[in-house]
Design a protein around this ligand. Structure first.
Ligand code: TXE
Length: 483
């Protein structure tokens, strides 16, 4: 599979190149080989993309919502038909195992296109009777949206932003992460093939600086970022200066609570999903695993047994369940946290090292006897590093679980259903799970509270973040003025 695209950018329905932009090497994380070289968007490229989006949005907004929906639904079908190719590209772009990308990436993208494609026709205003007079409301697009992606789910993130934006009649310029720039180009190609007018969805590559130029451009009405809390603060501030609409999908340090009556196999499964899937590079991961003292050793023993069964290997091979980190830089960040965990005196149950092979591999790591003040319990690591903490009672664990600036996700494992709902009700998080972890169906709102973000992706909620309501008061009689 050649992965070098026809151009770095996709603007106004076609691939565009400008080699004056800084080089962006695409490195295959399993070997360190450079698979392709793209170029960052220059001011000329940014202007071209925003000009195309601005012009195309005017026509796109006049289509009936159902017609817009038809294009998105068709794009979903094409993505499903091409799932294997898109998954292989996602594996090369991110280093994630093909057994994951086949079921979690292009499929989730197609789900979003299908969901919002189906929803589009029902995006209406309302009639508000006031007796003789009445008000009617009109759901209007925001205009030109900028989407900025993180590197861990490039295809899914592009679709989770494009689908609701386009369904509402907006146009979008999407900047993928410079670490995984390939997949969003395929999404743009497929949308055109599905009948999307040129210029409605565009892709511009680049680092943070290109993102900042897009965010501050006066032609931009909405910014939706998926990224780190640090970047979120910068982008939010830049958008606020021009009073732009924003969605912030940021990081987390989410708790997973395992009560003494939990089904151990399911709780261990949830901890594995919430810490080792995608080599732990998932924002909503449950990286603080609070286990009731009475079952801690049983939980750790079963966890170590199952973690030893992980197949660490080339992500292109079907049996591989753990691949490399996305980049050398991210691997080094995680290695730093392994050192901190050891230095802080956490008990190493398994892993804890880089693997002695080509590529950016880290062994799935479990630390136990972790205390709330340890760095590995406070900071987002974004790697295969699980911190297991123990607790005694419900009130104590809820207070400790909420003792973080973040609030993206939370999980509870217990057979006591009223306890499950009672505890989830007190946890400060946007996306929560009972006896499960990290399910993200597009029908459900996804997003964080506190420093983990603003707004929601997916579900009908997302529509509120990609449209605005105009209300029109209609007087049937005469106007009574004081004079
Ligand atoms: O983020 P970065 P990364 C979070 C995850 C982790 C981080 C990892 O929790 O914290 O993302 O992704 C662009 N103005 N989530 O390292 O560095 C940059 O080019 C405009 C949360 O990619 O913040 C990239 O495209 N743009 C999540 C993007 O911002 C700027 C799901 C993110 O980069 C910029 C996945 C600037 N000043 C990961 N600086 C969720 N909650 O859904 C950088 N960028």
């Amino acid at each position: 599979m050649t992965v070098q695209p026809k151009g770095s950018h996709f603007i106004n329905g076609a691939y565009v190149e400008d080699t004056a932009g800084d080089a962006i090497p695409v490195v295959f994380a399993a070997t360190g080989d450079t698979l392709a070289t793209l170029h960052a968007g220059t001011p000329a490229i940014i202007d071209q993309a925003l000009t195309a989006a601005h012009a195309a949005q005017k026509d796109w907004a006049t289509w009936s919502p159902r017609e817009r929906g038809r294009v998105l639904t068709r794009a979903a079908q094409i993505m499903r038909e091409r799932n294997e190719d898109l998954s292989q590209l996602e594996t090369l772009d991110t280093g994630k195992p093909i057994q994951e990308t086949r079921v979690a990436d292009a499929t989730s993208g197609a789900d979003a296109l299908e969901y919002f494609g189906g929803l589009a026709g029902s995006l209406t205003g309302e009639h508000i009777p006031l007796g003789e007079d009445w008000v009617y409301t009109v759901r209007e697009p925001l205009g030109v949206c900028v989407g900025i992606g993180a590197w861990n789910y490039p295809t899914q993130i592009a679709c989770w932003k494009a689908a609701p934006a386009l369904a509402c009649g907006n146009a979008m310029v999407f900047k993928p992460s410079e670490t995984t720039p390939l997949c969003a180009l395929k999404v743009a190609e497929i949308l055109i093939e599905a009948g999307l007018p040129k210029g409605v969805f565009n892709v511009v590559q680049g680092m943070g600086q290109t993102g900042a130029q897009l965010v501050t451009d006066p032609r931009v009405d909405k910014v939706s970022l998926t990224g780190s809390p640090a970047t979120g603060k910068k982008v939010y501030a830049a958008a606020a200066a021009e009073m732009k609409h924003v969605t912030m999908e940021l990081g987390g340090k989410s708790p997973m609570i395992v009560f003494d009556d939990a089904d151990i196999e399911n709780a261990v499964g949830g901890a594995i999903l919430g810490n080792f899937y995608s080599s732990g590079q998932i924002c909503s991961n449950g990286t603080r695993v609070f286990v009731h003292k009475s079952i801690k050793e049983k939980f750790l023993a079963r966890l170590a047994e199952r973690t030893a069964q992980a197949v660490i290997g080339d992500p292109r091979e079907d049996e591989t369940s753990i691949g490399p980190m996305v980049s050398e830089a991210q691997m080094n960040i995680v290695l730093g946290y392994l050192d901190k965990g050891k230095a802080d005196g956490a008990r190493l149950i398994c892993g804890g090292t880089r693997l002695d092979r080509d590529g950016f591999y880290i062994a799935p790591t479990v630390f136990a006897d972790v205390t709330d003040d340890m760095t590995i319990a406070r900071e987002e690591i974004f790697g295969p590093v699980m911190a297991v903490l123990d607790f005694e009672d419900e009130a104590e664990v809820i207070a400790r679980a909420n003792d973080t600036p973040y609030g993206l996700a939370a999980g509870v494992f217990t057979k006591d259903i009223s306890r499950a709902h009672r505890v989830i009700g007190q946890l400060q998080a946007g996306s929560c799970f009972i006896n499960s972890y990290n399910d993200a169906p597009v029908e459900a709102p996804f997003g964080g509270v506190k420093a983990s973000g603003v707004g929601r992706e997916n579900s009908k909620q997302a529509i509120e973040h990609y449209s605005q309501m105009k209300s029109v008061y209609v007087r049937m009689g005469d106007v009574e003025a004081p004079f």
